[in-house]
Design a binder for this molecule. Sequence first.
Ligand code: C5P
Length: 214
Amino acid sequence: SRTAALIPAAGSGTRLGRGPKAFVEVAGLSLLARSVAALAPWVDEVLVALPAGSDLPPGLLARAVEGGGTRQESVARLLADTDADVVLVHDAARPFLPGAVVGALLEAVAGTGAATVALPVADTLVRGEGGLWAEGVPREGLWAVQTPQAFRRELLVRAHAEAGAQEVSATDDAGLVARLGLPVRLVPGDARLFKVTTPGDLALAEALARVWDA
Ligand code: C5P
């Protein structure tokens, strides 16, 4: 069976303020280059969705498609461009991907057909209203969802088609599969898989890169 890595990398990086986020460098390597390098050894092909008008940087072993207006649309376009049996969807914005996590995820998808990396929530949770504590939320049983996420391809194609038809939007792909009532395995993630979103995250990434790249 064949496996493809699908990397949505077409975000504009508004919150980071450094241009298209996937091209932002951490210790001399772009977020995109780091994500591609982490996944390439595990899959038969790597597909990347890029912002309109941008090219794949030289040296990346990947195929590029033009991204869409939302992450969901970018993933839909990537999905349309592969016939692999299993797809592994991963945010370019999560550049530190341990190999052991990919291995565990691929094992899980072979069983359930859909799996995502996620972390049990460790912080206290609260719903805020106008900057004030409105109501505590029990964290029991709650997980924070990360990527990568892995699916039998035809299952994710179906989930995207249904979401499109019903005008449902989601910030990830496992959620689209789960809303069809299909099982999604939760695979323990890793704190290093945090998504680089804000300038503070970028500072964290720079610090982590010193250990990661050593
Ligand atoms: O904006 P956010 O950080 O949640 O984006 C998550 C991932 O989805 C990023 O890797 C980003 O490049 C990608 N994305 C995309 N197409 C969009 C918006 C986001 O591929 N239109």
